[in-house]
Design a protein around this ligand. Structure first.
Ligand SMILES: [Ca+2]
Length: 460
């Protein structure tokens, strides 16, 4: 999708949403559903259809979108791995949990004082599993087994935090482990073994579904790919004709097909909520090993190229098939919304997200219960958007700006750039190019007030 096509579709959808009448709250479904959350790592907004038009096929994701709703304005509160994952699993802003950036080996991650989604669902009899990249804690009390997940396998952090790091191998002297159920299963992941990651996660996921068809479950599959270094198994080598990135995305699409197939085979299609998205935008300095986004900048910034993720949700009978939404939503809302669907209480710790089920199901007259969403990069609070997704205010901040693109697994170079206080009209200017703060002073004042509220709450 190019920028003009994107503008045409999003304007039509937002005009349609204006015509809705007054709103009534939707009760949760009678039977608490299963939850499947598939999280890609560093995948760009345009990496799969129907969001983008990549030069490789993604038929299983397209099928998922046909059976559910595509969310065009879905955000993560920080476009970096640990911060984003922690927000998804806790419903809290990084500003609150202080999980910022990407934690390295041995990192604390999310403190146990903040409940995870798995812990929230446990009292309702849910069995939970995580198969993939955890990255919100590599200490005995912050790893998956200690955080409500009954089963787990995968990496504790990013797949580039190893002895073959292209820039800083000296930072990663300890071998990259592959874990299974709280124990190290593979002591040293090598370039010969990384191609198996997507397959291993998928096999565990399919097996977990078949063993849990008679009880409610949470299946969380945070793929290691397409984060660099890129690896795919033999069966996908050269298959896309679009380079290794295309092969990797085809293998992820295959994995999604396997998971959806397992749901169908076990008769769980109708009672399972499926969500697919990415933890942040593409790592563009990796050039042909990075994904694509039409939006400004990328991973590691608070521009939409970093924070806006392509998202699909499917729940037959509840979410309209083959639909599209321009509602602004954020990953912090997932925990409270799924708690609502499971009819289980919110955790005792404060949660920043809110139940947005009526927005997801597009109930007549439903409005976002938030005033705004806040965005940080590492420890810096940088921007807010109005909860209708219309306006975005950047506070003055620096950001990394790509000046040299890397290739074939070698990164390029960034420089530090800066932006002054800027208001963007995301409906007319989703690419954050024209500062309209002087044209709409009352909007700028309102968003500055929201920003001050967030700053006072978390940064004083
Ligand atoms: Ca990431």
């Amino acid at each position: 999708m190019n920028r003009r096509q994107f503008l045409n579709t999003s304007t039509a959808a937002s005009l349609a949403s204006l015509a809705l009448p007054a709103h009534a709250q939707t009760p949760p479904p009678t039977n608490p559903p299963n939850f499947v959350i598939i999280l890609l790592d560093d995948s760009g907004w345009a990496d799969y259809k129907p969001f983008g038009h990549p030069p490789y096929p993604t038929p299983n994701i397209e099928a998922l979108a046909r059976q559910g709703c595509r969310f065009n304005n879905f955000y993560v509160p920080q476009a970096i791995c640990s911060a984003s994952r922690s927000a998804l699993l806790s419903g809290c802003y990084p500003s609150r949990t202080k999980v910022f950036g990407a934690h390295g080996p041995g990192g604390r991650g999310l403190e146990p004082s903040y409940a995870t989604l798995a812990e929230v669902l446990k009292p309702k009899g849910y069995r939970s599993a995580v198969f993939g990249k955890w990255h919100i804690g590599d200490q005995p009390d912050t790893r998956p087994q200690a955080r409500g997940f009954d089963e787990s396998c995968g990496l504790m952090y990013s797949n580039d935090m190893w002895e073959f790091h292209p820039e800083a191998p000296q930072n990663y002297r300890q071998p990259l482990h592959f874990w299974e159920n709280g124990k190290v299963k593979v002591e040293r992941m090598t370039p010969d073994l990384q191609p198996m990651l997507t397959t291993w996660y998928t096999e565990h996921a399919v097996d977990f579904i078949s063993r849990n068809k008679d009880n409610p479950f949470l299946l969380y599959v945070p793929h290691s790919m397409p984060h660099v270094p890129l690896f795919r198994s033999e069966k996908f080598k050269g298959k896309s004709g679009a380079g290794v990135y295309g092969d990797v995305m085809m293998e992820i699409d295959w994995s999604i097909g396997e998971i959806l197939g397992a749901l169908k085979k076990n008769g769980l299609d109708d009672n399972t909520f499926v969500l697919l998205t990415s933890d942040n935008g593409p790592w563009t300095s990796y050039g042909n090993h990075a994904g694509q986004t039409p939006f400004r900048d990328a991973k590691g910034t608070s521009f939409d190229g970093g924070t806006r993720s392509a998202c699909v949700m499917r729940y037959p009978g509840h979410i309209k098939p083959n639909s599209a939404s321009t509602r602004a939503l954020c990953t912090i809302d997932i925990l409270p919304t799924l708690a609502h669907l499971a009819q289980t209480p919110l955790p005792k710790n404060p949660v920043d997200g809110l139940n947005v089920w009526d927005l997801i199901t597009d109930q007549p007259g439903a409005v976002n219960p938030h005033d705004f969403y806040a965005f940080t990069t590492n420890q810096t609070f940088e921007a807010v958007i109005s909860a209708d997704g219309h306006w975005k205010l950047h506070l003055p901040h620096t950001y990394r700006d790509l000046v040299e693109i890397g290739n074939n697994g070698a990164p390029g170079k960034f420089r530090q750039a800066s932006i002054d206080l800027s208001l963007f009209d995301l409906e007319k200017d989703p690419f954050e190019t024209i500062n309209v703060a002087e044209k709409y002073p009352e909007v700028a004042t309102r968003l500055k007030m929201y920003a001050e509220q967030h700053r006072k709450q978390f940064f004083e």
